[in-house]
Design a protein around this ligand. Structure first.
Ligand SMILES: [Zn+2]
Length: 225
């Protein structure tokens, strides 16, 4: 099966293209994201490998799977958490609790809510697709964080990977995708935190099939929570 031509969504601050792939076709939309934080290669390399390996073919006819492997291509190229002008994109979404205060410089939320190209591209994509679920791969302490009505979806992934699930990582994350999409819009949103430092091969063994399990669960079930 030939992959469709990627669609250019826009450019990063550093003028790198941000593209979306459409891997399968079906009656509901699912969105898989990587590389929101450019210093978390365990997450975005996993998504890139997932695209190459093709486990997503199981979704054909069940769901349209859209993928952005690098939401923050500047950060991914530079190995930085933030985008090309030092903004943490997962603190820049225009949530009700958005704040200018940052826990540390690397969490700089931007000059205003939704100020960044990358953020606007992501917002537009979510509004266009109205996905039944969003899966975004990061890396940190190993866990499956779920925001919005998707506890069962998190459990379906955890059944394969053995990761713990949580709807609270222990501190507030104003401006995050999970808050914007999950809590404020009721779009089931999974933030997969791959164990920081996990070798790519090991990350693939742990998570390759869990991504398919989660996506299939979301494709087949209307209620994910
Ligand atoms: Zn992250």
């Amino acid at each position: 099966m030939a992959m469709e031509t990627p669609v250019l969504l826009g450019q990063s601050h550093g003028q790198r293209p941000i593209e979306r792939l459409r891997l399968t076709r079906g009656p509901v939309n699912l969105l898989l994201l990587g590389g929101v934080h450019g210093d978390e290669p365990e997450g975005f390399a996993l998504v890139e490998r997932y695209v190459r390996e093709g486990g997503w073919r199981a979704l054909e006819g069940l769901a349209s799977l859209f993928v952005v492997t690098r939401v923050n291509p500047d950060g991914c190229a530079e190995g930085e958490r933030t985008n090309g002008r030092g903004v943490d994109l997962n603190r820049n979404m225009p949530t009700k609790d958005w704040t200018q205060e940052a826990r540390a410089p690397r969490y700089f939320p931007g000059p205003s809510a939704g100020s960044e190209n990358e953020t606007q591209i992501l917002m537009n994509l979510v509004e266009e697709l109205k996905p039944r679920a969003i899966l975004s791969a990061h890396s940190w302490n190993p866990m499956i964080n779920y925001n919005g009505p998707c506890r069962k979806l998190a459990e379906a992934m955890a059944a394969v990977s053995g990761y713990v699930i949580s709807d609270d990582i222990g501190y507030p994350t104003p401006g995050s995708l999970g808050t914007w999409a999950g809590w404020e819009r009721g779009i089931p949103t999974i933030t997969l935190e791959v164990e920081r430092g996990l070798e790519p091969e090991a990350a693939w063994r742990v998570h390759g099939e869990s991504l398919t399990a989660g996506l299939l669960f979301a494709a087949r079930n209307v209620q994910l929570g």
